[in-house]
Design a protein around this ligand. Structure first.
Ligand code: HEM
Length: 276
């Protein structure tokens, strides 16, 4: 089942150059959507102005080596292992499945279409295409039914679709699902639904959350830089609350919390928000 190359079977109906043209068109749509999104939200402008401001407030200048170290740490933590979700392991594992499933599925689709659109492909490659789609579905359905904040915390029913907010996750899940159904049944209807889902996913970047996969790594890197250079977004750096120097600077700390402020506990990590 996993050894089938559905694109080779499709090539009897649709020529490989049309399939390749479709892939190129989707890449262009993602690039254009991301650029329009940045221009509309002025996020790049904000990001660079904010970085300039941080540089002015910096207590020390980071060397090239330190910045490279922070970039590696960002890659190893926030990007490759979804470390921003570490307080919620379920969300982290669901994100990892969705992210790696998507990357594997997209890379093997391009490989199959550009390398083996009209012939059988190596079994390892077709297996990876199916495994990518399955991982994408597992992570995506897990998120949709159990983790999505409106469902898990706000009592919204799983079948309520919140337009722009959900278009990314819904088109991801349907793309993975119809790709598998198409491969397993060779049904044209499944193929058409697969193409509709993937076209929606890649053509709605301007409105959806798609571009977060480019923005989040930049934001995570910047967050590490402002901590390392001491600029802290212009917020006060609160050291040890029992430190007399800190207490002299912020006298309301000893006034409300005593000379030896207790550990404030896990705070928002205490429990999942389910009080709807
Ligand atoms: C490459 C493919 C990726 C896919 C398919 C993907 C998928 C997703 C999905 C489905 C969500 C939930 C969106 C929603 O709330 O509806 C999400 C959220 C999130 N992703 Fe990704 N992601 C990817 C890459 C990344 C990368 C590289 C990072 C970080 C460096 C990242 C960080 C996040 C964060 C922090 C959230 C939570 C955002 C929020 O709740 O506002 N993602 N991602």
């Amino acid at each position: 089942m996993f050894a089938v190359n559905p694109f080779a079977e499709l090539s009897a109906l649709i020529s490989p150059s049309v399939m390749q043209g479709y892939v190129v068109l989707m890449v262009i749509l993602v690039v254009v959507g991301t650029i329009l999104d940045m221009a509309h939200k002025k996020s790049a402008q904000y990001f660079f102005e904010n970085a300039e401001k941080a540089k002015k407030n910096a207590k020390r200048t980071l060397s090239g080596g330190e910045k490279a170290g922070l970039a590696v740490a960002t890659l190893a933590n926030e990007v490759l292992t979804s470390a921003e979700f570490k307080v919620r392991p379920a969300r982290r594992y669901s994100h990892l499945l969705t992210m790696y499933g998507f990357i594997i599925f997209v890379a093997t689709t391009a490989w199959l279409i550009f390398g083996y659109a009209a012939e059988s492909a190596p079994a390892g490659l077709t297996a990876m295409w199916h495994i990518g789609a399955i991982m994408l579905c597992l992570g995506g359905y897990w998120f949709w039914f159990f983790i999505r904040v409106d469902v898990s915390s706000e009592g919204v029913k799983w079948y309520n679709f919140n337009g722009r907010g959900d278009i990314f996750i819904v088109s991801l899940i349907t793309m993975g699902t119809f790709a598998l159904l198409w491969s397993f049944t060779a049904s044209m209807a499944m193929f058409v639904l697969f193409v509709i889902s993937s076209t929606v996913l890649f053509s709605t970047v301007f409105w959806s959350k798609f571009a977060h996969m480019f923005f989040k790594p930049a934001a995570a890197f910047q967050k590490r830089c402002i901590k390392a250079d001491g600029s802290y977004e212009n917020l006060p750096e609160l050291g040890e609350l029992s430190d007399p120097a800190i207490q002299a600077k912020y006298p309301d700390i000893p006034e409300y919390m005593g000379e030896n402020p207790p550990n404030m506990g896990p705070g928002i990590k205490r429990e999942a928000p389910t009080h709807y």
